[in-house]
Design a protein. Structure first.
Lengths: 321, 131
């Protein structure tokens, strides 16, 4: 049960990770000791290149970055962190033994949030660290909220677009199973016309609750638009996805709507999945589940129609759909 | 001028501070959070100063500058601000002069000697001997 965004609590579950990038082992030891009361965890890199690699891999809450390092210096590291989508939003605090104004200006221009000179005043450093960690948490919260559908609390279309491309790429690269379902509320216009838009909204919220309850931890549900939802099921072959979707369909049919208990609301679901490598791209995959959704609609609604992509070619799918 | 043609430096490594200048102990020697770290810093300092001195003698200015930069940034954090200042002077001097000019200037050689003297006083202070 984890198809709905975990809200802000995800940020508070673990101690923020601080990545120290400095060629001096003394500075690493010093920072870890002097900041050990701050409820942080630390990782360290002693070169710019190692720092970039670790930042991309670990996605720390804050990077403490030395300006003067042999090889790739702090400016070059900062620029590459800000240019990389995985690290561009991570606050970077520059550390330098120099009070050179041009260096400070350049660091801020490149995206640093702070510039701290050595020798450190550790009281000041602690306060600045807290501020940077707070900033990271706020940025995370805003980024997450920008990906949540306000009505249902599901992930939104923007989130889906990004994650779906990642999931299909990952599944095809590693030959993993992957399935997705498109779900559409049957006769939704009639619900709105008969009972009003608040009732329609309540149905959409109800779908989201059922998705949350019936999905597995690894699945994620998104509101695709209007009364359409998508459910992505990583590492799941189509036959297992069909079971999950049948559970969702049945739960929806059995739901009792407090204000209109006489009304049964159903959903139709089109599933497209592959137990291994599939010869379709992300858009074709989505299009296939949409075609199977409309097959479910055409053949009576309140149904789950499933396509096994590892057994089909796109030519056959277009005819079948 | 090619690296091999540079004249060798004339300042040898000085193992201890001048008799009239007292040993330097860490400002944090009695800080329980820091005492182990200060010990470690002092344990490693002779090798670093020796490496800087050897690099100086062989005119390896890149290494001198890097070692001086590291000590500049960390020494005060371990309770040795004077050492940080001395290392900073070495680093700044290396930065503003090219290697050849630096080697030929007695005033700049004095900067390095001063760093060595202060390092020797720090090493003479030993571990956990704060007043």
């Amino acid at each position: 049960m984890a198809s709905i965004p975990p809200q802000v609590s995800i940020i508070e579950d673990a101690k923020p990770l601080v990545l120290i990038v400095d060629d001096s082992v003394d500075v690493h030891r010093l920072l870890r000791t002097r900041l050990n009361q701050e409820d942080l965890t630390f990782a360290g890199a002693e070169s710019g290149e190692a720092g970039i690699e670790m930042a991309i891999r670990l996605r720390p809450a804050v990077v403490l970055l030395d300006l003067n390092m042999p090889g790739t210096d702090g400016f070059a590291v900062l620029k590459r962190l800000k240019d990389h989508p995985a690290t561009s939003a991570i606050p970077v605090l520059m550390l330098s033994g120099h009070r050179d104004q041009d260096a400070k200006v350049r660091a801020f221009d490149l995206g640093a949030v702070d510039y701290i000179t050595k020798p450190f005043d550790f009281t000041e450093l602690r306060v600045r660290m807290r501020s940077a960690v707070k900033m990271h948490q706020l940025v995370q919260m805003l980024a997450q909220r920008a990906q949540i559908d306000g009505l249902t609390g599901c992930w939104n279309r923007a989130f889906f677009d990004t994650r779906w491309a990642e999931e299909t790429s990952r599944a095809q690269r590693h030959g993993h199973a992957l399935s997705m379902a498109m779900l559409d509320v049957d006769h939704f216009k009639s619900i709105n016309d008969t009972y009003g838009h608040p009732a329609g909204d309540a149905v959409l919220q109800g779908v989201a609750k059922i998705l949350e309850r019936e999905c597995r931890t690894s699945d994620f549900a998104c509101r695709y638009g209007g009364e359409e939802f998508v459910l992505v099921m990583p590492d799941t072959p189509p036959e297992s996805a069909a079971h999950v979707c049948e559970r969702i369909r049945a739960a929806m049919e059995a739901a009792v709507w407090p204000r209109h208990p006489e009304r049964v609301v159903t959903i139709s679901i089109g599933v497209a999945g592959a137990g291994g490598p599939a010869s379709v791209n992300a858009a074709e995959w989505l299009e296939t589940s949409d075609r199977y959704l409309y097959r479910a609609k055409r053949t009576g609604r309140n149904r789950v129609e499933v396509c096994d992509l590892s057994k089909e070619t796109m030519g056959r799918l277009r005819v079948a759909g | 001028m090619m690296e091999a043609e540079k004249p060798p430096m004339s300042i040898p490594f000085i193992p201890s501070g001048p008799a009239h200048e007292p040993p330097i102990t860490s400002e944090f020697a009695n800080d329980p959070d820091m005492s182990e770290l200060v010990d470690l810093f002092l344990h490693e300092l002779p090798a670093r100063v020796r490496a800087a001195s050897e690099a100086w003698i062989s005119a390896d200015f890149v290494t001198v500058q890097r070692l001086a930069h590291q000590l500049r940034g960390s020494s005060a954090g371990y309770g040795f601000p004077l050492l940080g200042v001395a290392a900073g002077r070495v680093e700044d001097a290396m930065r503003i002069s090219d290697g050849d000019a630096f080697a030929a200037t007695p005033e700049l050689q004095t900067v390095f000697a001063s760093f060595q003297h202060i390092a020797a006083r720090v090493m003479a202070g030993g571990v956990r001997k704060a007043a």
